[in-house]
Design a protein around this ligand. Structure first.
Ligand SMILES: CC(C)(COP(=O)(O)OP(=O)(O)OC[C@H]1O[C@@H](n2cnc3c(N)ncnc32)[C@H](O)[C@@H]1OP(=O)(O)O)[C@@H](O)C(=O)NCCC(=O)NCCS
Length: 151
């Protein structure tokens, strides 16, 4: 009888988002209450705009050629500042460091562009993300409260 091969660790590839990822990313983001906000912002057009724009970053994580996670952010180059808008990892791929890898790649891209400050907003109920933020060494300012008005 042949010995069973040891399972190899799946390879995660990080790359820039492309226009043809847009529909897949809409589906990935749409399942998540933490990012599929009430305003319905995550449209294919928004993802394509993130790809085109020089003041945005879109990074995707792939395994076996399939997108399993993504991160998007805004860049304010003149102010050396970035707004870290969203990170999502598909449910069955969580807890393996994909989120942390996306954040590390994002920070690397920020440093390359001279960004010195990153700001992220996380819902108070999103305990997983608060943990990820602490582990990736972000500090909660405790200064921000969300105000909403429907007009
Ligand atoms: C928040 C989110 C992006 C985190 O993604 P993730 O890939 O699971 O994150 P990580 O794997 O890097 O970290 C999560 C946990 O896995 C652990 N982990 C990291 N690398 C690991 C590895 N190689 N092996 C095993 N576990 C690992 C981390 O230590 C962490 O453990 P903890 O739960 O005890 O803190 C994901 O849960 C998600 O998509 N949530 C819904 C959307 C959301 O809330 N987004 C954030 C708002 S913008």
């Amino acid at each position: 009888m042949r010995a069973k091969k040891p399972e190899s660790t799946p390879v995660i590839r990080l790359r820039k988002g492309r226009a043809d990822d847009a529909e897949t990313l809409v589906r990935l983001y749409a399942r998540e209450p933490a990012v599929s906000d009430f305003a319905g912002l995550h449209t294919p057009e928004r993802f394509r705009e993130l790809v085109r724009s020089r003041s945005a970053l879109l990074i995707v994580a792939e395994q076996d050629g399939r997108i399993i996670g993504a991160l998007d952010a805004e860049i304010y180059a003149a102010s050396n500042f970035s707004y870290f808008a969203n990170v999502v990892v598909a449910r069955r791929h969580r807890g393996r460091g994909v989120g942390a890898q996306l954040i590390a790649r994002y920070e690397q891209a920020c440093r390359r562009r001279g960004i010195t400050t990153i700001l992220a907003l996380v819902y108070d109920w999103n305990r997983t993300m608060h943990r990820v933020m602490r582990r990736t060494r972000y500090r909660a300012s405790g200064r921000l409260v969300e105000y909403i008005k429907r007009v």
